[in-house]
Design a protein around this ligand. Structure first.
Ligand code: KIV
Ligand code: ZN
Length: 523
């Protein structure tokens, strides 16, 4: 069970690997999930929600392997209010030093109508399932899904039942991001005041960001007495996402004067995690995102730059180093060696092993040959590209040649590995990107439609690398791809192919009855 003796200590519950991964297109591989879990554990996250074990064999394997590997964090598995779900979650987390079962059911009128349970039947189900979970595990979290739209009297009643049945944490989800800060605080205060036994358990707050208030709502809940915040790295999550871990943690740190609460998070690890989650989920971080956005510490205007140079506190409320961001953007070049590259990547939050360094060094040299100066942002893009497009992928781009601009339709010739078989094809198109994508489609047939195609220059100058993001949709499945190169067309093709590789994984994962969307969140 997670206990804290310090009344002002706030537990951080990270659900990047469960609620975050539920975000359409954010599928992560098994190895990536293990790596993110290890980073979260090292950063000081108190509880890691590692997945939804009954959702698929893949989810089960990820939760149980994370449970076996975790050193400090509590490892939690999600389960609907059904005995087979709870048994499966326990099977997966029981290997952890500190396991937790998290079971939930929708309690608002809209959610009660779906399993067609009346209030009494639902109350019985809650008693039965929480009791069952508690018989298996000492640490049980229970959530009334859509709590913020549940009648207060009924919410008090079911929370009391869950506490009596043995729940040690009661989570209050704002499932549809509907609440506002004052209301979020009042709800926790009301539960603490009215529910017998509320002082013996930890209240958690779990907010979604549909109205852009997730962080404010979470902090308001903490001020009212919640002592666990549920959140994700970069605010990843369905629709507008979940509360962003980095925002809550830094708000509590920077405004400790008015919010005297502490967490166990090593904030210098924030940037590394943010980048890694962005890479493996394929979700780029918005440039002006609080704390971890590319522009979060940039001072563009003359007045700001002048002020910051004279006294950094004039326009900066926190230091880049506090979140693990290295200020010195010193360029590297083709004469830089492996040791310098490794040190630089370390400063940027990328810990690379010897094998990975070998591969990254080759890519770095190729980039330095094309670009006089390689800046921090170039290296971040390069790392993102090498993580997103690897030589174990089903589809791999080998060579691309494009002829365009002569008044004739653009022609592309592409050589690509398709399941270890090298194939070459030539196609024409309406411009170079269209021709190149037509080649990919000729080598790998699919029904996906292109929903998004975005190009950004990483740095300034015509020799800058371009990062390209692509989003595809096929029968409700969404997959994203990212790639970087000084050649924009090549980056486009790599991003497109990366999205197709992810879509292929997603097809396998979402075979009937194998993921959270197909099994449904209702009991
Ligand atoms: O948003 C939500 O209600 C959830 C529950 C499963 C806790 O994610
Ligand atoms: Zn949620």
């Amino acid at each position: 069970m997670t206990t804290t003796t310090d009344r002002n200590r706030v537990l951080i519950f990270d659900t990047t690997l469960r609620d975050g991964e539920q975000s359409p297109g954010a599928t992560m591989s098994h190895a990536e999930k293990l790596e993110i879990a290890q980073m979260l554990d090292e950063m000081g996250v108190d509880i890691i929600e590692a997945g939804f074990p009954i959702a698929s064999e893949g989810d089960f394997a990820a939760v149980s392997d994370i449970a076996k590997a975790a050193r400090n964090a509590v490892i939690c598995g999600l389960a609907r209010a059904q005995i087979p779900d709870i048994d499966r979650a326990w099977e997966a987390v029981r290997h952890a030093k500190r396991p937790r079962i998290h079971t939930f059911i929708g309690t608002s009128p809209l959610h009660r109508a779906i399993p067609n349970l009346d209030m009494d039947q639902m109350a019985d189900r809650i008693h039965q399932t929480v009791t069952h979970a508690r018989n298996l595990c000492d640490d049980v979290q229970w959530s009334p899904m859509d709590a913020t739209r549940t009648e207060h009297d009924y919410l008090c009643r079911v929370v009391e039942i869950a506490i009596r049945a043995g729940a040690t944490t009661i989570n209050i989800p704002d499932t549809v991001g509907y609440t506002a800060p004052r209301e979020s605080a009042a709800l926790i205060a009301m539960l603490l005041e009215r529910v017998p036994g509320a002082d013996r358990i930890v209240f958690a707050t779990h907010c979604h960001n549909d109205l852009g208030m997730a962080t404010a709502n979470s902090l308001a809940a903490v001020e009212a007495g919640a002592r666990q915040v549920e959140c994700t790295i970069n605010g990843l999550g369905e629709r507008a996402g979940n509360t962003a871990l980095e925002e809550v943690v830094m708000a509590l740190k920077v405004r400790h004067d008015i919010m005297p609460f502490t967490t166990a998070i090593d904030t210098t690890k924030i940037m590394g995690l943010s980048r890694r989650v962005s890479q493996v989920s394929g979700f780029p971080v918005q440039f002006n995102k609080a704390i971890v956005g590319k522009n979060a510490f940039l001072h563009e205007s003359g007045i700001h730059q002048d002020g910051v140079l004279k006294n950094v506190e004039t326009f900066e409320i926190m230091r880049p180093a506090d979140i693990g961001l290295n200020e010195a953007n010193i360029a590297m070049g083709k004469h830089s060696g492996r040791a310098a590259l490794r040190a630089k990547l370390g400063d940027l939050g990328f810990e690379v092993g010897d094998n990975q360094l070998k591969d990254v060094f080759v890519r770095f040299k190729a980039l330095a040959d094309r670009k006089k100066e390689v800046y921090d942002d170039d290296l971040v893009a390069l790392m993102q590209d090498s993580a997103a497009n690897t030589d174990t992928d089903y589809l791999q781009v080998r060579h691309l040649r494009v002829v365009c601009g002569g008044g004739e339709p653009a022609t592309a010739t592409l050589t690509m590995m398709v399941d270890e078989d090298e194939q070459t094809v030539e196609r024409q198109g309406d411009g170079p990107v269209d021709a190149a994508f037509a080649c990919v489609n000729a080598l790998f047939r699919h029904d996906a439609t292109l929903q998004l195609y975005q190009v950004h220059a990483v740095t300034e100058g015509t020799d800058a690398q371009a990062t390209v993001s692509v989003r595809l949709e096929e029968e409700g499945r969404i997959a994203t791809g990212q790639a970087a190169d000084t050649d924009t067309i090549l980056a486009s093709v790599k991003a497109y192919v990366g999205a197709l590789n992810r879509l292929r994984v997603r097809r396998q994962k979402t075979a009937p009855d194998s993921d959270t969307r197909s099994i449904g969140m209702f009991s």
